[in-house]
Design a protein around this ligand. Sequence first.
Ligand code: PLP
Length: 425
Amino acid sequence: METHFKMHLSWAREQDAKDPLKDFRKEYLFPQHNGRDVLYFTGNSLGLQPKGVQAAIDQELQDWATLGVEGHFEAQHPWFSYHEDFAPLIAPIVGAKEKEVVVMNQLTVNMHLLLISFYRPAGKRKKILFEYKPFPSDHYAFESQAKLHGYTTEEVLVEMQPREGEIQIKTEDIIAKIHELGDELATVCFGGVNYYTGQWFDMKAITVAAHEVGATCGFDLAHAAGNVPVQLHDWNIDFACWCSYKYLNSGPGGVSGAFVHERHHHNKALMRLAGWWGHNAETRFLMQPGFDPMPSAEAWQLSNAPVLSMAAHRAALELFQKTTMQHLRTKSLLLSDYLIFVIREIEKKTGQAMEIISPIDHANRGCQVSVRVKGRNKQLVKDLAREGVIVDWREPDTIRLAPVPMYNSFEDVYRFGEVIIPLLS
Ligand SMILES: Cc1ncc(COP(=O)(O)O)c(C=O)c1O
């Protein structure tokens, strides 16, 4: 961690002036509080609206109004091939080849579609290993997949526990657990970054271990996509899915994405729930029965593109095209290190115990810093909101803060400290 940090507004402003990504902030709409931008730290929950989104959606509405069905071919971005534009936009963000990604549905829907293909229990190999306290939707997906295959949840679900008294999970323990489960393990499915602690798991090491015992390996990247520089292709991950409304800033309930490693694309025997938009594009419009999957992640696509929500996604991803995940990561680490410094200053100045439950080391986290504010309750978040500071609360005493490199500033982080100190004193 850098040691030169200062709890001074002038220092924070100097960093902002030097920040090569500073102009991106102007591309986003900040909710207002007493005539100024709120201090927004919930980009891990819902990213801010890029200013270009309105025009992107308006364009589709206008094309629909003026062209009707002809918009499929005549719209500025023809709807017929609309989905194809997204592969080059999203692939570099998740470290994939273009043919390995597809934008479709919502996250949990995609998780199910991928589990249908990659969770194929047989004989004694039927267990799913997942992280301690996964996002509940993943848990429900695993439960229902177990039942779908005729098992009880007890027979299938294995929740990777941290060590006694710890909240983060050690990679060596995950690997040992995978080896212990051995040929009983069908699939490993972790969050890339855990939604609560912000722990970024060693996705590569987990995948290697899963493959060593003959299991498939996938990730829910809701908190990783656009946050940490994942390399889905190079890490040989089988499948992954993510949402677009957090770090990808594509709007509430925005369209999701999915990754399937190219190793699986030509396996026609792989079970897929099929729809017409996954059928071979050459013969799709012959409208014949007999599903012939596309030789790409598009084979998992069921339906034609939801153009209105994808228009928001397009505008949001075009901003990512103007930078790289590496540049965002460099700022993200500086900004979150500064936040960790500010939290320690708050603790010193107020005497309030603030336990950072996110990993401190860079290799194991993204920009989210989760802090237990001991003895406090949800009133703290309401008090902060009254002062124009938006953070989120997780029971029993945790606030999650995500200084997002795209639009947060060092001044935001400094001001968080300035506002919370009197509230805790
Ligand atoms: C880690 C994680 N998984 C799954 C979901 C559910 O996403 P969706 O409602 O898009 O299916 C969320 C939503 O916040 C999440 O954070």
